[in-house]
Design a protein around this ligand. Structure first.
Ligand SMILES: Nc1ncnc2c1ncn2[C@@H]1O[C@H](COP(=O)(O)OP(=O)(O)OP(=O)(O)O)[C@@H](O)[C@H]1O
Ligand SMILES: [Mg+2]
Length: 350
């Protein structure tokens, strides 16, 4: 049993509180991703689990051990950082085994563990090379190898792919997913890339300004966000938001050609935000919106519209798109895929 439990965890630097009482349960073997905008506290929270930052208040447990006051080396965790910081004068093999050597493990054991990590990470051909003769992706694999040989109960990753170019990121993302399947350890992974979050996570934790906004499986957050922040953060391109007001059983918005049906909790007269994902919108013949830009990515195009009040709306078109710059069009809305939020609290109206 080596899940991670955070109980009312708080972090203060002097008088500045940056983590505001976080409760979280990461199950044994789970892949948990922390996402959120820059400065929201992802790294701080991860470093608190690692023991690299002191926890001001609250309790952190790994399995059934209270590790809140333990040294990093006694927690049974390994951390992989954005910058891989390998020893330049050591070979790949030596870099991976160095931690074990320092803690006095016998040579034969180190050799076995390095060989196992090398097999998992497909580094066999590079064991005798020095880091400078490796690509960025290979170097990051060595850094992950260094974490694997220590046999931790919990792996902690802080944006491990941010320094890689787009193609390598995709490749390494797949590698990390495979690694998790193969070794089955608990993993906590920090990223601000929501594609990484969606594809890797069993569970996503959306953070904002030191608080949890929502926790759930990727598709739960995508389909059923609790508030505007989560709705806007999960999904790419982001959900569109239009101002509207409930009138009877409908919601009226200048940004829509016609009213849309209201959902359960929305009250007559209430000011709301209507959330519409680009993939659930269509462009229809009409005159209410103007095409400002179309971005063709091949299989899909993103059509940027300007609404009657100057609102910007993105619509996803599949296949050969037909919208052209300057066209006047209407927005096609699917009432089955429509989210309402209170305009003030920004909470979802279900
Ligand atoms: N030593 C420190 N003293 C004071 N404030 C700090 C210190 N370290 C971090 N902070 C603050 O804590 C907050 C959270 O920082 P953190 O590094 O955890 O953010 P993050 O979510 O990892 O952001 P990013 O995506 O940019 O890496 C920030 O507002 C940061 O300014
Ligand atoms: Mg960070």
């Amino acid at each position: 049993m080596s899940g991670v439990t955070l109980d009312t965890v708080i972090k203060r630097y002097g008088n500045t509180q940056v983590i505001h009482g976080i409760d979280l349960e990461v199950a044994d073997g789970e892949f948990c991703v922390f996402v959120g905008p820059s400065g929201c506290g992802k790294s701080t929270l991860l470093r608190m689990v690692a023991g690299l930052e002191q926890t001001t208040e609250g309790t952190i447990r790994i399995g059934d051990r209270d590790v809140t006051r333990l040294d990093p080396s006694d927690r049974g965790v390994s951390m992989v950082f954005q910058t891989y910081a390998l020893y330049p004068h050591m070979t790949v093999e030596e870099n991976m085994g160095f931690g074990l050597k320092m803690t006095g493990h016998p040579k034969s054991e180190i050799t076995t563990k390095v060989a196992e990590a090398s097999r998992i990470l497909k580094l066999d051909d590079y064991l005798k090379r020095k880091p400078k003769a490796l690509s960025g992706g290979q170097r990051q694999r060595v850094a992950i190898g260094r974490a694997i040989v220590r046999g931790p109960e919990v792996f902690l990753f802080d944006e491990p792919l941010s320094n890689l170019d787009a193609e390598l990121r995709v490749e390494m993302r797949v590698e990390i997913a495979r690694l998790h399947k193969e070794i089955g350890a608990t993993m906590i992974y920090v990223t601000h890339d929501q594609v990484e979050a969606m594809t890797l996570a069993d569970k996503i934790v959306v953070l904002r300004a030191g608080r949890i906004e929502q926790v759930g499986a990727p598709m739960e957050l995508y389909r059923d966000p609790d508030n505007r922040f989560v709705a806007g953060f999960i999904g790419s391109p982001s959900m569109n938001f239009l101002r509207g007001r409930v009138k009877g059983s409908e919601v009226v918005s200048n940004g829509l050609a016609r009213p849309v049906p209201k959902t359960g909790a929305a009250q007559d007269g209430q000011d709301v935000l209507i959330g519409l994902r680009p993939e659930h919108l269509t462009v229809k013949p009409g005159a209410s919106h103007r095409v400002e830009l179309t971005e063709s990515l091949g299989g899909v195009s993103y059509v940027h519209l300007i609404g009657p009040d100057g609102e910007k709306i993105i619509v996803e078109e599949r296949g050969d798109h037909r919208s052209a710059l300057g066209d006047q069009v209407d927005l096609g809305v699917d009432p089955a895929h429509l989210y309402l939020f209170d305009a003030k609290s920004e909470l979802r109206l279900r």
